[in-house]
Design a binder for this molecule. Structure first.
Ligand SMILES: [Zn+2]
Length: 343
């Protein structure tokens, strides 16, 4: 609502003026997937997916105002070493198959590079992210409702609070309790391995390798997608180090770019410093929109899915917000000094 208002309020100004006023040189939209003709039950109950036609309109809007930028050129654009039009840098989190099947033909046709961030435990469909399992179980019970006895057993295994329904209970399971979703799947007669074989939600190593010829670069997104502020500093470092080691070894690259799973909000400055000192990753991507912080390692991006309105309005809103944040002294990301260790 607020950003739609910002987009409307800025409508008399051309986008190029807004971008210049904001002093931003690189717009960084982030996606997960693009919906083609297949249903996506593992995603559909988490956030609204954008159809192919909408993604194509997004690309056209981006190309009207910005030049496409590849991962290796991001530092040059951020540091203002490129003249001419501002740039945009596109990313996809989670390594989902529709990036190849639906998005890539459009990216290729329009000459737009992108970066895909993968979870090392999920590539090749070896396992399913716990939130995707929750979504697919919601879909499963909608088509095959359990009897009362089974539903009570599932609710008890999920440890759900009173007054919560089965859908809310499934979608409310946090990373620390993710094994309860595996037990719920068993009780509900849902075969996760068969789903992985049938749906093939993730890209394979071979597909990712081939996509690099089409301007797609690969980065890491943790091992199995925990919310970083909920895990210990040691576990944050392990998840980052091991997923980067996987990307380096699998794709034969010396650099590793990392995107935080869920969010970087609440992650300590100690984590960012340790990643820099120990050269665990070469870049860290968050999702807090136009903001900056002390470390050059950190770059923030703009979530696109789940926001109301077309890309033109989102570009306007994000650049007006950058202006407001700078004006109000809220542009800089503030981080706790140390991770608050979960009890
Ligand atoms: Zn993710």
């Amino acid at each position: 609502m607020r950003e739609q208002w910002l987009a409307r309020a800025s409508a008399p100004l051309p986008v190029s003026w807004l971008v210049r006023l904001s002093r931003e040189r690189l717009y960084r939209p982030m996606y997960h997937t693009v919906r083609g003709d297949e249903p996506l039950p593992h995603v559909e109950h988490l956030y609204p997916t954008l159809p192919r036609t909408r993604f194509e309109r997004d690309l056209d809007a981006l190309l009207r105002h910005f030049d496409p930028v590849a991962l290796d050129d991001v530092p040059d654009w951020l540091e203002g070493r490129r003249g001419g039009r501002p740039g945009f840098f596109l990313t996809f989190d989670d390594g989902l198959r529709e990036v190849l099947d639906v998005a890539l033909p459009l990216l290729r046709a329009k000459g737009v590079p992108a970066t895909v961030f993968v979870n090392s435990a999920f590539v090749d469909n070896r396992a399913l992210f716990f939130r995707y399992l929750a979504s697919v179980l919601v879909d499963h019970v909608a088509h095959q409702p359990p009897n009362t006895v089974t539903e009570q057993a599932v609710m008890s295994c999920l440890g759900s609070a009173p007054g919560v329904d089965l859908r809310q209970a499934l979608l409310g399971v946090p990373y620390a309790q993710r094994s309860s979703l595996d037990r719920a799947a068993e009780l509900l007669g849902f075969d996760t391995s068969a789903f992985l074989d049938r749906q093939r939600p993730y890209l394979s190593v071979e597909q990712l390798k081939q996509m690099r010829a089409d301007g797609i670069s690969i980065g890491a997104h943790s091992i199995d997608h925990p919310l970083y502020r909920d895990i210990t500093l040691d576990e944050q470092l392990r998840q980052t180090q091991e997923s980067c080691a996987f990307v380096r070894a699998t794709f034969g690259q010396s650099a590793c770019t990392f995107a935080f799973p869920f969010s970087d909000v609440g992650v300590s400055s100690t984590f960012v410093e340790r990643v820099a000192e120990e050269r665990i990753a070469d870049r860290l991507f968050g999702g807090q929109g136009f903001r900056s912080e002390g470390s050059e390692l950190m770059i923030q991006r703009h979530a696109i899915e789940g926001r109301a309105g077309e890309m033109e309005g989102l570009i306007r809103a994000d650049h007006v917000l950058a202006l407001l944040r700078r004006g109000l002294g809220k542009y800089r990301v503030s981080r706790p000094n140390a991770t608050v260790e979960p009890c």
